[in-house]
Design a protein around this ligand. Sequence first.
Ligand code: SF4
Length: 245
Amino acid sequence: MSSVFDGICGFNNFSGNDFPGTVSAVLFYSNCNLRCPYCQNPDVVLGKIQAINCEKLDFFLKKRKNNIDGIVITGGEPTIHKNLPNLIEYIRKFNYKIKLDTNGLNSSALENCDVDYLALDIKTTPEKYARFLGSDLSESQIRENLLKSISFVKKNNGELRITVAPKIIEKEDFEEIAKFCDGTNVFLQKIRTKFEILDRNFFKNDVFCDENFIQEFKFYLEKFAKSVKIRDYGENSKVRVKKYD
Ligand code: SF4
């Protein structure tokens, strides 16, 4: 039977730091429309993790195990899955708050996603999405889709997240990235490479985020954004993807 859980490949049953102010569980959709070299979930993005046991996941949601208040839907990229609005509607029935993580490239899908909190990753300038991140959209499509998705983030009082990584963000990119951040809450996070990432060779030996660089970027963005914070999960934290079975 086709299920509201189609495409879900992982599930963490407890998280205290994925949804601001909300103890939550995290659902991972497989596959993605990008190939960011620093991606921490290569198997998820490449669709190498099999679907999870839906009955057990359903049971967990209904029983509200671990006293969680929210569900984070992440990936991979959730918006490339057609059943996302159905999943959101289903989760709503149990009165969970819902957070959605997206890269914002599939903006039309967001129109049908009624969530409490939207977190959108801005990666770099539109031109570099095709050059470094594997997007098959044109530069103008990327710009247009990101701006539309950001309008949903503003309505929803959500956040923009920017991973600061060598080559992918350079000083000459600040101005163009800042245009996306106008009036938004921005979180900068450093590239983390301690664990497996999608393409370590992309960075060669240059895998660290320079502290002065991130501070300079923060200072620049503060002229445009509503707020800019540096979010430091620590190099040892890892986004865990577990099958629930
Ligand atoms: S970092 Fe996010 S957008 Fe990039 S490949 Fe991984 S899941 Fe996709």
